[in-house]
Design a protein around this ligand. Structure first.
Ligand code: PAF
Length: 283
């Protein structure tokens, strides 16, 4: 496994593979790898000859007062996991490498990035798009792989790739969950034992909504109320948002829906903000 920390070396290395006609898969991450990341890495390994992974805690996508400084990091362990998973190139730049003095460009996707986490975390998706576009320009992959726990991020990146005519396939992978149902996230490491226990309210609320849709509920307000009431049974949970939106456009869904809706949740437990989602599709 090549470990590269310079942007120009990464670009040159990947150019060599492309010149030799090798396909490249790319998995961008912020590290502290878990089984969710490993599912993306396995998919990349399966689908291309060369697999590139990046680990970079991107300051541009964190707002003021968010957890940039405390974001969990375990570079050595992550490197070992990548090696075991058959990663060919691990890119581990520092902030100055990606944002040298004078850096002044921002990539912004308008509509899809406006609601949900975009509204709750102003500037977040500009930061995500900017770093993802930079990384795509360095790696030039045939495919880039993202998890769908960050459903909105995946849609925003798909829009950027389409709108800017980037020549790659964006692959979305299913959410990977702990045995008890909590969606895997590097931020789960912040949870105290009581918060961890109560965090199951998220997946329970998603299952509750799904069960309601299965028996014929089509009213998004009733679903939203049921989800909020369920989460509020846990005294450590503070709801950031519970939204039901059109799964394709992320625009507010009609009150009575007939096309798939995304149920998206963001809930704080102490200082830890967790997100989860499920697409509810009427049969
Ligand atoms: O999903 C993430 O971990 C990050 O948002 C990403 C895509 C690596 C960009 O920093």
């Amino acid at each position: 496994m090549h470990i590269i920390d310079s942007a120009s070396s990464l670009q040159e290395h990947c150019r060599g593979h492309a010149r030799d006609g090798r396909s490249i898969a790319f998995v961008p991450t912020m590290g502290f790898l878990h089984d969710g990341h490993l599912s993306l890495i396995e998919e990349g390994r399966r689908r291309a000859e060369i697999l590139v992974v990046s680990i970079f805690v991107n300051p541009l996508q964190f707002g003021e007062g968010e957890d940039l400084d405390s974001y969990p990091r375990a570079l050595e362990r992550d490197g070992e996991l990548c090696r075991q998973a058959g990663v060919d190139v691990l890119f581990v730049p520092n902030s100055v490498e990606l944002y040298p003095g004078g850096f002044q460009t921002k990539v912004s996707v308008a509509g899809l990035a406006a609601g949900l986490c975009g509204a709750a975390r102003p500037g977040h998706f500009d930061g995500v798009c900017t770093v993802v576009l930079k990384l795509l320009n360095l790696v030039h992959p045939d495919l880039a792989i993202f998890g769908s726990k960050d459903f909105q991020q995946l849609q925003v990146i798909r829009a950027m790739v389409r709108d800017l005519h980037l020549d790659l396939e964006v692959v979305g992978m299913p959410i990977v969950r702990e045995e008890d149902g909590l969606a895997m996230s590097s931020r789960n490491a912040y949870l105290s034992p009581p918060e961890r226990a109560q965090s199951l309210a998220l997946v329970e609320a998603l299952r509750l909504a799904e069960a309601m849709v299965e028996v014929g509920e089509r009213n998004t307000e009733s679903l939203r109320e049921a989800v909020i009431s369920h989460i509020q049974t846990r005294e450590l949970a503070a709801i950031d948002y519970v939204e039901l939106v059109d799964a394709a456009t992320l625009e507010p869904s009609p009150v009575v829906f007939s096309a798939p809706v995304l149920l998206a949740l963001a809930v704080r437990f102490g200082s830890t903000r967790l997100i989860d989602n499920r697409v509810l599709a009427p049969r």
